[in-house]
Design a binder for this molecule. Structure first.
Ligand code: IPD
Ligand code: CA
Ligand code: CA
Length: 272
């Protein structure tokens, strides 16, 4: 196994620190489910608290690095202009809010526009997925490799479904209609960072979703690539962050899935 580098250690320790707070807050959320007001405000506060902890720890460890963080409403703390942390303090907020135990913290480091390190930490299972460019992907101390299943009919595929306030419902349903009859199963688990980690770990053969934000996918993209998988837009562009349209898959199934998704015109949105 590649030994985690100092920067991976910083990212992992930071994620674990924020995770301890989230686990405590998640216990509280489970209690709040039955209250009339519900846990929404409490969850927003938990999200912000986790982000502040991550900001504080990473700033302390690497002064001068910039930030792109979800709860800072995408605002960038400029930094030195070369290094940037891309952070989602709580990916899977809707799950968290409903007491569903599937959420994660995602931290990526970008240097000169390239993602060079990524950590996705799942607090409730204590699983830390990490990758560094050129050093492979790992789950805790185990090396990861994407699955070798080569047939669509054997494939389990993750996805993300648009929801209230988002566009592209008809187009998305078109892609779902193309893919479901061809594969063994489709899952919508509600945390894109973990969906990508699952592709890296060979649990899913692939994952697709549209319109994601950099903090949802920056760390996960590196995980999949370092585990031997392919990540592009469905159109084949390896630069995924600008559009957030993503297809991540093992080397055998990336192309057939890209073709299926591309066969649905973007203009199909009538059903929405
Ligand atoms: C969301 C999750 C979800 C995806 C959404 C994201 P959040 O992030 O990753 O799986 O479908 O598009 O916004 O809001 O839980 O951090
Ligand atoms: Ca997210
Ligand atoms: Ca989030």
């Amino acid at each position: 196994m590649a030994r985690p580098s100092p920067v991976i250690n910083v990212m992992t320790l930071t994620a674990r620190k924020a995770a301890r707070e989230l686990v405590r807050d998640f216990g509280e959320v489970e209690q709040l489910q039955v209250s009339r007001k519900g846990p929404a405000d409490f969850v927003s506060a938990a999200d912000l608290r986790a982000e502040k902890t991550i900001f504080r720890e990473l700033s302390k460890a690497r002064p001068g690095y910039g930030f792109l963080m979800e709860e800072g409403s995408g605002a960038t703390a400029e930094g030195d202009g070369r290094h940037r942390w891309i952070v989602d303090p709580l990916d899977g907020t809707t799950n968290f809010l409903h007491g569903v135990p599937h959420f994660a913290i995602s931290i990526a480091l970008e240097v000169d526009g390239e993602i060079v390190a990524g950590v996705v930490h799942q607090p409730l299972t204590d699983e830390t997925y990490w990758a560094e460019r050129g050093q492979g992907a790992h789950l805790n101390d185990r090396r990861l490799r994407v699955s070798s299943r080569a047939k669509l009919e054997d494939a389990l595929i993750g996805t993300g479904i648009p929801f209230k306030g988002e566009e592209g419902h008809g187009h998305y349903l078109g892609t779902l209609a193309r893919i479901t009859p061809m594969v063994s199963g489709v899952r919508r688990m509600g945390a894109a960072a973990l969906d990508l980690a699952y592709v890296a770990a060979g649990r899913y053969e692939a994952f697709w979703e549209f319109d994601l934000k950099p903090w949802d996918i920056a760390a996960g993209i590196l995980l999949v690539r370092e585990a031997g998988g392919y990540v592009t837009t469905p159109g084949g562009d390896p630069n995924v962050l600008p559009s957030g349209d993503i297809l991540a898959a093992n080397d055998r199934l990336h192309q057939p899935l890209a073709e299926l998704i591309r066969s649905v015109p973007r203009t199909v949105d009538a059903a929405a």
